[in-house]
Design a protein around this ligand. Structure first.
Ligand code: SAM
Ligand code: SF4
Ligand code: SF4
Length: 353
């Protein structure tokens, strides 16, 4: 480990930074931004509260100086942030203490990706992950809850692959009784295409999606269902702390992943920090409060002061929520993600996936 790296109380280094660039989204996925909470009256962040691209890049640069090797842009829907290519260009110019460019990726719902893919590639983005929960129109449109069609997401993923933003990963959140019957059709569709399909266990993130354990389809069940039709073999992880367990088809026709955040917590290897669009740093996806780095930035803190704050924050990290998870998240319609003082978990659309 290089001398600038920082480790937390469980000796986990800081390696990944997920940056949410907006809390807004043009989808209302039922597991993330349910309409009854994120409706017309919901108050999103005012523009002046968002970190500017210069502020984001400054914080990212300090994090890269402390061991971050992977940066993922997320949201909300990151491609809704105006001139996002410019931020990509700025982040792509960062260098680790060893002189390497950090790996730069984005997770997107794909709705604006076909138009933006080439510009993102030219700006220095390495890869994209596209979210798609079903190939059946009725199911997908009910899950994104704005009637967005499957074909447009598939087209966007194709364009991203064609311009070199691959291998494109496809994220499918599996919810029992909603889209679990789509596991095999999705596997079959993407097998042999070069896309890497990843099945994500439905998580109890935030406090608005009314999560219940019996709606989680354990990754072991997903793998068993696929393996019964298309035999699978385990692949060794790309790097320690990788969130996704990798598997490949025994016939050589590609790879899939499962993200078992509920049934097989991977906190012991968790090297991720998350920066919200308004500049709060969270050391866990399930945190109830973040540290306000925007206040430091706008209060005139020097790079040394920011660096010291980051080291202290990560150095004191004790998070392992998934390993300690309880049984159920209560549905709380009064929840406001902008009130971290409340004893609520932060919403995925705020903190970024
Ligand atoms: N809007 C972009 C998108 O959907 O790809 C990026 C942000 S979204 C919060 C990031 C990822 O989190 C998506 O792949 C989404 O499916 C996933 N996600 C959101 N809520 C989730 C939940 N409750 N459980 C598991 N995954 C979730
Ligand atoms: Fe939007 Fe992504 Fe959340 Fe769906 S999962 S509502 S696309 S932020
Ligand atoms: Fe990391 Fe928190 Fe998720 Fe555990 S629960 S893997 S500490 S983000």
């Amino acid at each position: 480990m290089d001398s600038n790296s920082i480790t937390d109380t469980f000796r986990r280094p800081l390696r990944d930074l997920r940056i949410s660039v907006t809390d807004r989204c043009n989808f209302r996925c039922v597991y993330c931004m349910p309409k009854e909470i994120f409706g017309r009256d919901f108050v999103f962040m005012p523009r002046d509260q968002l970190l500017t691209f210069e502020e984001i890049t400054r914080l990212a640069s300090i994090a890269v100086g402390h061991g971050v090797r992977k940066i993922r842009l997320t949201g909300g829907e990151p491609l809704l942030r105006k001139d996002i290519e410019e931020l990509v260009r700025m982040l792509a110019s960062l260098r680790t203490p060893d002189g390497l460019a950090p790996d730069l990726a984005m997770t997107t719902n794909g709705s604006v990706l076909a138009q933006k893919a080439q510009a993102l590639k030219d700006a220095g983005l390495n890869r994209v992950t596209v979210s798609l929960d079903s190939l059946r129109e009725e199911t997908f449109q009910a899950m994104n809850d704005v009637g967005y069609p499957v074909a447009k997401v598939l087209h966007a993923a194709d364009v991203a692959q064609a311009v070199g933003l691959g291998p494109v990963k496809i994220n499918m959140v599996v919810k029992r009784g909603t889209n679990d019957q789509d596991v095999l059709p999705m596997a079959s569709h993407f097998k042999g295409t070069g896309f890497i399909l990843r099945f994500i266990e439905y998580m109890d993130v935030g406090a608005s999606n009314g999560w219940k354990m019996d709606e989680v389809v354990p990754s072991a069940e997903i793998l068993a269902r696929i393996n019964a039709v298309f035999p699978l073999e385990a692949v060794v992880p790309n790097y320690p702390g990788e969130t996704s367990d990798r598997w490949r088809y025994a016939d050589g026709s590609g790879e899939i992943g499962v993200i078992s955040s509920v049934t097989q917590a991977f906190c012991h290897g968790c090297t991720r920090a998350r920066l919200s669009a308004d500049g709060k740093l969270f050391t866990c996806l399930f945190a109830t409060a973040g540290t306000d780095l925007r206040a430091l930035l706008r209060g005139g803190a020097s790079d040394v002061e920011l660096s010291t704050a980051l080291s202290a924050l990560w150095g004191g990290r004790t998070d392992r929520y998934s390993e300690l998870r309880g049984a159920r998240t209560p549905r709380d319609v009064s929840h406001t993600p902008k009130d971290p003082a409340a004893a609520h978990k932060i919403e995925m659309s705020y903190i970024g996936g």
